[in-house]
Design a protein around this ligand. Structure first.
Ligand code: SAM
Length: 405
């Protein structure tokens, strides 16, 4: 049986794990039926297997590169009651994992610890993406996290000066303090997978009228820090931009092939140095879009099938509503419900009907032609399977590592 090891970013393999493959089979069978007959049954009443849960739009950093800068600090959040009810509803519909992220900074939500308890009490996997400024709140629930749960710090720097310019944190929050706090959390519970996230900012990127601080020279040093402070991996990804007007995420837009090549060479050199400095147990990971960028395939990831199939498997529950894709957070074309849309079984069915309309009418080939899509490969894999005549029972299962979705 195919193994998932070293397939951190392979969603089509992840959807073929024992715990999810039945959802995949039901979805493909439904798609085939829907394409055959206008009188088809409704979309299966299975919920997302994974959600991004944006607890709040509040953030205590002022990162000049923040891809979500247009939707943060709006004063909105999701209350503990709504989260408890939504997790209850979704767990009964097959939810397996919850990523606490943003938008804003999850650890500034007043009920952060209780929310982690609510998620873990349902036996779900949890991932926490944080700026690291309030790790004492993570430490107080570290004991209930289990194998496969992760804590990922958005650091994007290995030197204090770069860190300060890239995040504009509150006084007294330093990179050194965050790294020590992270190490302490890992010591409390070694089951937690500890990640050092690094958004690569190259020379000349502008956000509005601001020029961002480049951090290429910090790329190799991040591995040194990761080793020193007990991290499990460093995850590199390219800096995304939100396009003015549509608000969609993109990269290298408008395309500028001359500049692209130089940037790729400069990043490639630092990543090679990072790989050389790396030693087990620390791993160097490259995001799907970084890998595509380095291989010159970036534009392939902007070529989507008409139907975005991933929306059936993942969604974003945010203060501004439910969105069918993280890249369309806060974008009206991606909104399938309000923030209480998973609050009860009845509300779930309404949201599912809205999702069905989105699956049928959202044209990803057009709407996402600027988005460098993380789900490009899985969407094409599913599309080709739907169009084939292979019975869904023959979809090959991968070894179930309980791999985080
Ligand atoms: C916006 S942050 C919010 C969650 C939390 N406050 C944090 O710091 O991780 C969510 C993720 O978006 C990433 N991010 C922010 N701006 C980005 C950009 N321009 N390009 C790529 N990723 C970005 C961050 O590194 C982080 O992993």
């Amino acid at each position: 049986m195919e193994k998932l090891t070293r397939k951190e970013h392979d969603f089509s393999a992840k959807l073929r794990q024992k715990s999810v493959i039945e959802n995949l089979r039901q979805y493909i069978a439904w798609q085939r039926e829907a394409r055959r007959s206008p009188a088809h049954p409704p979309l299966p009443a299975l919920g997302p297997v994974s959600i991004n849960l944006d607890l709040t739009t509040a953030c205590n950093f002022k990162c000049p590169h923040c891809v979500d800068s247009g939707i943060i600090n709006t004063g909105e959040d999701i209350s503990l009651d709504v989260i408890r009810d939504s997790v209850d509803t979704l767990a009964a519909k097959g939810l397996l994992s919850v990523i606490l992220i943003g938008g804003g900074e999850p650890t500034v939500h007043r009920d952060f610890e209780e929310i982690v308890r609510v998620v873990k009490a349902k036996g779900l996997q949890v991932g926490i993406a944080t700026n690291g400024s309030r790790l004492e709140r993570v430490a107080s629930v570290a004991g209930i996290l289990t194998e496969g749960d992760w804590l990922r710090l958005s650091l994007d720097a290995a030197r204090e000066e770069t860190f300060e310019k890239s995040h504009k944190p509150p006084a007294k929050v330093t990179l050194e303090k965050i790294l020590s706090d992270a190490q302490a959390v890992k010591k409390l519970n070694s089951n937690i997978s500890l990640g050092y996230s690094f958004v690569i900012v190259w020379d000349g990127i502008r956000y509005g009228n601001r020029e961002l601080t480049p951090n290429l020279d910090d790329i190799p040093e991040a591995v040194v820090k990761a080793r020193e402070y007990g991290f499990d991996y460093v995850s590199y990804k390219p800096c995304l931009l939100r396009l003015e007007g549509s608000g969609k995420e993109s990269l290298f837009d408008p395309p500028d092939p001359g500049r692209e090549e130089k940037v790729i060479q400069a990043i490639g050199k630092r990543l090679d140095q990072a790989e050389k400095l790396c030693a087990p147990p620390v791993k160097v990971l490259r995001s799907v879009n970084l890998q595509a960028m380095m291989e010159g395939n970036l534009h392939e990831l902007k070529r989507q099938p008409v139907v975005c199939h991933s929306q059936f498997f993942r969604s974003v529950l945010a203060p501004a509503g439910i969105f069918h894709c993280p890249a369309l957070r806060g974008v009206s074309a991606g909104r399938i419900g309000d923030k209480e849309g998973y609050r009860s079984a009845a509300r779930f069915l309404e949201t599912q009907a809205s999702l069905e309309r989105s699956v049928q009418s959202f044209d990803a080939s057009r709407e996402c032609s600027v988005v460098v899509c993380f789900y490009h490969h899985v969407n094409w894999w599913i599309e080709k399977f739907i169009q084939s005549s292979t019975p869904v029972t023959l979809i090959p299962e991968v070894e179930d590592n309980n791999f985080f979705l």
